[in-house]
Design a protein around this ligand. Sequence first.
Ligand code: NAP
Length: 342
Amino acid sequence: MQKIKAGVLGATGNVGQRFIEMLGNHPWFELTSLAASDKSAGKKYSQAASWRLDNKMPEDAGDMTVVPVDPKKVDADIVFSALPTELAKTIEPEFAKAGFVVASNASALRMMKDVPLIIPEVNPEHLGLIDIQQDERKWDGYVITNPNCTTIMMAVTLKPLVKFNIEKIYIASMQAISGAGYDGIPGMAILDNVIPYIGQEEEKVETETKKLLGEFNGSEVIDAPFKVSASCNRVMVIDGHTEAIWAEMTDDPSPDEVKQAFLDFDPGLSGLPTEPTPVIEVKEEKDRPQPRLDRNIGGGMTVSVGRIRPGIRYICMGHNTIRGAAGASVLNAELLKKKGKL
Ligand SMILES: NC(=O)c1ccc[n+]([C@@H]2O[C@H](COP(=O)([O-])OP(=O)(O)OC[C@H]3O[C@@H](n4cnc5c(N)ncnc54)[C@H](OP(=O)(O)O)[C@@H]3O)[C@@H](O)[C@H]2O)c1
């Protein structure tokens, strides 16, 4: 099978590195362009992205020369965007206009009416917005987005609970420092500390969740009718967002019924290389899930849940730069390929 040419915009950052790790040996995609700022352009990738987390850089990627974030300099059919939001707002439309498929992590376009915000296990039918976007904007390419890293974990666990008629969701997050980017939080601010504020995060969780679980009626997405109330905190963890969730539901299910709904959850995607098994893992131990122990389950794509109590209250946890970012975009791109959109 001829591989699809893939570029990464923002290739040297936290999420960019995860993209390269995930695309380097992908069965359907071939890394053909790595793009970053003028500071990095012209350098070998291994020099431009000299700092490393625990990522494994594919050997070939280290020798590639970084190019500027410019549609004329990027050779690809699809670009995965890990650009800062302000930049994404102007650059992603430029790429779509120039004919690229753009799979974006940035928040800039997520809530636009004609831009699909997708989690393959939650709302693949929202891909219907692609045709509307291309018609309205007269673009040869298009933009598809994945949600904020906190929203993704929660929305995956809410999907199997929709049948109990969700009325209101409360969430308190404990978010890893990698979610703020490499330069995001000074060590002196976060060591021995919890920061009870993450700019714009609560608004993103509250609005994106309703779009994701909303209904696509053939021309637009109607937000889900329930309320979401979020409180987001930064904690001293490198990777893995933990979330305490309170879900009020009309049918008042028991903890056992909720646990069974998680265990039975099968989105029926089958055949997507990055799809995890299971999508949701139920942890039975009283003190799980924990980021250090559970964030790499399913290659970092599984969302773990535990402590399901009456109310309903439970904890969920997932890897923020894999399930919550790069892996989410790669899974979206695999869905596009499966649906013949790529
Ligand atoms: N981290 C997460 O868990 C997470 C989760 C979901 C979504 N996101 C979103 O993903 C995006 C990237 O986040 P990150 O954590 O990877 O950020 P990051 O570590 O700060 O990386 C930013 C990337 O953008 C490039 N860049 C910055 N300014 C640029 C410019 N003027 N022109 C071209 N390239 C430029 C940087 O290149 P240089 O190295 O050359 O400066 C770098 O490759 C953000 O929109 C973020 O909100 C992040």
